[in-house]
Design a protein around this ligand. Structure first.
Ligand code: SF4
Ligand code: MSK
Length: 665
């Protein structure tokens, strides 16, 4: 295969990214885009057919090589490789949650004075799920027990994950019957690694069952706890107005960018940048003030709660530095490219690594410790201010979009029903009537093998036109935010007639930002509430909904995909042929067999139009199975509000007929 070097326009559909890619070429700076062009992916590895699980290999199953040295077949090797990736992704989300549980514990024990319970209502709700008494107890007492119970979910010796009880009853039964109910989080990750060692589990279907059990330990365990504990510590999100894309960087202010995943440090930095002493210090260096922006999921966490601006998604981390305007970029864990440091070194930017779990050679090291959180955050802000004085030429694309994020399941409940009758009833009704044809969760990363944001932009636009409500997390959410799809006004411009009516009535955007990668657990909660509300079956698998990660790249996305499937969803992973394309049997197991077993299925479909076609087909199939009316766009778009100017101009009898549909008496 010949190498093809793409132009900036071919590499991204985001105009701000295109400008920075052109600048990268001009300055001869290496980026993930260029490296992706220069590295031809290994075709054997890409199909999942390379095993390196022992030193007798690596064994590459190509041509006439049908078994590895130990005798492992292609099906076994593909299943093992895939399942190990799921374990890795589950571990990442869950270890993030463990850190939050320790922070909550430290806060409750008085060892982390800068943290406290900001959402006592959520704390009580979580306590209820975990079986902790709340009556007559102080917030601190409850918080300590919640933290300890959450930590217990990682390694409890008996029973199953407590949060499984939050799923619909039918779903719990399916997990029991298929022996895939996770016991505890760590055990499922460890057992997955054990089973996939040389000479262990040799039945691909059995290996993939463990992939589901491990992923469920993430979705209904690590990730769900991560979301809950973050809400407890920092507040449950509600809508807030912010801006998205590289244009949020300011030429005359100190620009500090937070990047990674964990909200503990970024929340402290939000506090530190408001410190009058630090603002005065920035002004003393000639800056107008301190501007905070975020990348990837740290950005999503800070955006949802604090309205911190979004600088961009995964593929924009190097591009942000190439503006020359980032004075410091502070990183913790996950999705932090090793390519950042060489780019930072070309500018005045301080790349500051903070996590004890992720050392980054060449970066400035300021280890984050929750016991002295605010002091550490202030130290980081000072570094950024000092670097501002060393800034050279800057080039900030004048491109940004307004965004209204913050759609936690609690807020959706409230938005739909109001404070006295919070309910998912209006959403279920809109789907049952066909105003909303179905729901798509568009999530996941960017992948430099795909033109940046192109698939996110394409599929979301198509779904909206077809009256499909889109909910999003992670870098997919950032793509839509930059596209301008996350404002109530966007519904008027891009949504189909039925979805537009619903958005107008509620005042919500047609694409709902629900948070970071771990917050995909919020989507599980929404689906469960929709299933229990009535009218859309009694399980997640009955709902006309699809999960899509059109530009996925991380192992975490595979864990999310598998827990969504094991929870009953149809999931499509886009952009490439996927990591199991080397085995027809595994492809069949993940689609046909999994659908029979758990009601959900996983498919890898590279191309956008086919993703949309299959998603629509699935939504319509689920609608038909529920005996819902066939989707008909021509019935909608004539809501009272929109017709008012036209109605008031009509003579009385025609007006009555137009409104009530019957001749005037
Ligand atoms: Fe080869 Fe088997 Fe070792 Fe894998 S586990 S590297 S297939 S010998
Ligand atoms: S940051 S996992 S690139 S969504 Fe959560 Fe984005 Fe994917 Fe990282």
């Amino acid at each position: 295969m010949a190498k093809k070097v793409r132009t900036a326009q071919e590499s991204s559909e985001d105009p701000a990214a295109v400008q920075m890619l052109d600048r990268a070429i001009f300055l001869d700076i290496d980026t993930a885009f260029r490296r992706a062009d220069n590295i031809i992916p290994c075709n054997i590895g890409a199909q999942g057919l390379c095993c390196k699980n022992c030193a007798a290999g690596p064994c590459r199953l190509v041509g006439n090589t049908l078994r590895g040295v130990c005798g492992a077949t292609a099906d076994t090797i593909v299943a093992r490789n895939f399942t190990r990736s799921v374990a890795s992704g589950s571990a990442a989300h869950s270890d993030h949650a463990r850190g939050l549980a320790y922070t909550l514990l430290a806060a409750a024990e008085g060892d982390a004075p800068d943290f406290r319970v900001r959402d006592p209502h959520k704390l009580k709700e979580v306590a209820g799920y975990l079986g902790i008494k709340t009556d007559g107890r102080t917030t601190v007492e409850i918080a300590k027990d919640v933290a300890l119970a959450a930590l217990g979910e990682f390694g409890k010796p008996q029973g199953e994950l407590t949060y499984l009880k939050r799923a619909p009853a039918k779903r719990q039964q399916i997990w029991k019957e298929n022996h895939i109910a996770p016991r505890n989080i760590d055990r499922e990750v460890v057992e997955t690694m054990h089973r996939t060692n040389i000479g262990n589990d040799q039945d691909p279907e059995h290996i993939l069952d463990q992939a589901m059990r491990c992923a469920l330990a993430d979705g209904w365990g690590g990730s769900m706890l991560g979301t809950d504990l973050t809400d407890v510590l920092f507040g449950t999100p509600a809508p807030v107005l912010a801006e998205a894309n590289l244009g949020v960087l300011e030429a005359d202010m100190v620009n500090l960018v937070v990047h990674g995943h964990e909200p503990t440090l970024s929340e402290m930095i939000v506090a530190a940048v408001q410190d009058p002493e630090l603002i005065a210090y920035a002004q003393s260096k000639g800056a107008k003030g301190i501007n905070l922006a975020g990348l990837c999921c740290t950005a999503n966490e800070a955006l949802l709660r604090q309205g911190v601006k979004l600088a961009g998604n995964f593929l924009q981390q190097e591009l942000a530095l190439i503006t020359g305007a980032v004075d410091a970029m502070v990183v913790d864990v996950q999705c932090i490219m090793e390519g950042l440091n060489p780019v930072a070194a070309r500018f005045h930017t301080a790349l500051i690594s903070t996590s004890p779990k992720a050392a980054i050679p060449g970066s400035m090291r300021i280890e984050f410790d929750e016991h002295h959180a605010l002091a550490t955050a202030k130290q980081i802000v000072r570094v950024a201010i000092d670097r501002f004085a060393m800034r050279g030429e800057t080039f900030i694309p004048d491109i940004k979009s307004p965004v209204v994020p913050g759609f936690s399941h609690e807020y959706i409940d409230y938005a739909l029903g109001g404070v006295y009758r919070a309910s998912f009833r209006p959403l279920n009704d809109a789907i049952m009537q066909g105003r909303i044809r179905g729901v798509v969760a568009n999530i996941g990363c960017n992948n430099p093998r795909v033109s940046h944001d192109s698939l996110h932009r394409y599929v979301v636009t198509e779904f909206l036109k077809n009256d499909v409500l889109v909910v999003e997390t992670g870098c997919g959410a950032i793509a839509s935010a930059k596209q301008g799809y996350m404002t109530p006004q966007a519904a008027l411009e891009v949504a189909g007639p039925g979805l537009r009516e619903v958005c107008e009535a509620i005042g919500m955007p047609p694409v709902l930002h629900m948070g970071s990668c771990v917050d995909n657990s919020r989507i599980l909660t929404v689906l469960t509430q929709m299933a229990s509300e009535g009218g859309l079956g009694n399980d997640i698998s009955d709902i006309p909904a699809v999960g899509i990660a059109p530009e996925w790249m991380s192992e975490k996305a595979l864990a999310i995909a598998v827990y969504a499937v094991a929870s009953g969803c149809y999931v499509i992973m886009g952009g490439t042929d996927g990591p199991v394309s080397g085995s027809e049997n595994i492809l069949r197991l993940m689609s046909e067999t999994w659908e029979k077993k758990v009601g959900g299925k996983l498919e890898f479909i590279a191309e956008g139009a086919e993703i949309v076609r299959r998603a629509m087909q699935h939504i319509d199939k689920k609608r038909a199975a529920l005996n819902l009316p066939k989707y008909d766009a021509s019935k909608w778009g004539k809501s009272g509000d929109a017709r008012m100017p036209e109605l008031i101009a009509l003579p009385l009898e025609e007006r009555i007929e137009a409104v009530y549909g019957a001749p005037a008496r």
